[in-house]
Design a binder for this molecule. Structure first.
Ligand SMILES: Nc1ncnc2c1ncn2[C@@H]1O[C@H](COP(=O)(O)OP(=O)(O)OP(=O)(O)O)[C@@H](O)[C@H]1O
Ligand SMILES: [Mg+2]
Length: 269
């Protein structure tokens, strides 16, 4: 019950550029429990990426503690952090960051190679994960032969490869059109609901953020507000075509005017 995956205590980060200091984060306190789906919003430059990079052990804070699965990662050497990144954290980026010369399956296998998972097992698990994100039959495709939405699905499968305690996603829908945006956030929400995956996602898009169960607002490096998200996928209250807000009784989306079919519709859930 309420098991903390992540705990931040008085976290601050100052970047020094020449003689100038930039206070990117100041005194952030936060606990994220196992199975939560948290969205972080905030204006450009408010410290969202800085926060995610520190949570993902890609960067170190100037002050404060980061407890990941109960371990203070702020004082660990890079060799240990490398192991933690590989085993406990799955990253999803705005630009997908797939390796272009590897096919979808090989991209998903990559994090497992770092943990020395045997080849057969890697191949089996990669196939399973690609099926889970709806990409059966695309295993041999290289990124350039996949659509943007499909590439992000591969990146999500890759993030799940080592069964991480935490998925960190920095604007995962930022480069996608409305339909793919919805598909990707629905995939993340379903992972959270069905597999209990803990997710922290940065987004500028309030429709995307509304899928989370908890919304944090960052301003000038501080968490200034928190509110409950709507978890709309769970409640099925998001238009599958444009991502717009809908009411349970709507038969037509008020934004894009497309017909909404819930009854007897096969939607892959
Ligand atoms: N490596 C760095 N060196 C110096 N300053 C930095 C560095 N990275 C970020 N900053 C500064 O820290 C502040 C927070 O940046 P950050 O990238 O975390 O913002 P963000 O909320 O992710 O913005 P965006 O929405 O544009 O992605 C900004 O003022 C930025 O200029
Ligand atoms: Mg950013």
């Amino acid at each position: 019950m309420n098991e903390a995956v992540l705990k931040l205590e008085n976290l601050s980060k100052t970047y020094t550029l020449g003689k100038r200091n930039v206070q990117a984060l100041s005194n952030v306190n936060l606990q994220v429990n196992k199975g939560e789906f948290v969205a972080i919003m905030g204006p450009s430059g408010s410290g969202k990426t800085t926060l995610l990079n520190i949570l993902g052990c890609l960067d170190k804070p100037t002050a404060g503690l980061v407890l990941l699965d109960g371990v203070d990662v702020t004082s660990l050497p890079e060799k240990e952090l490398y192991k933690i990144r590989g085993s406990k954290i799955g990253f999803v980026f705005q630009t997908f960051n797939l390796l272009p010369y590897l096919n979808a399956r090989e991209n998903v296998e990559l994090p497992m190679e770092s943990l020395k998972v045997p080849k057969d097992e890697r191949k089996r698990r990669a196939g399973e994960l690609l099926a889970m994100v709806g990409l059966s039959g695309r295993e041999e495709h290289r990124p350039q032969r996949l659509s943007a939405g499909e590439q992000q699905r591969v990146a999500i499968a890759r993030a799940l490869a080592n069964n991480p305690a935490l998925i960190l996603a920095d604007e995962p829908t930022g480069n996608l059109d409305a339909k793919n945006k919805y598909e990707i956030v629905k995939l993340l929400a379903n992972l959270n609901i069905n597999q209990g995956t803990t997710i922290i996602m940065v987004t500028h898009d309030s429709n995307v953020a509304s899928q989370a169960e908890r919304l944090l607002f960052l301003n000038d490096g501080k968490i200034t507000r928190e509110k409950q998200g709507l978890h709309l996928v769970k409640k099925k209250l998001m238009c599958p075509y444009c991502g717009g807000k809908i009411q349970a009784e709507d038969t037509m989306c008020p934004s894009c005017r497309k017909k909404l079919k819930y009854q007897g519709e096969e939607d892959g859930d």
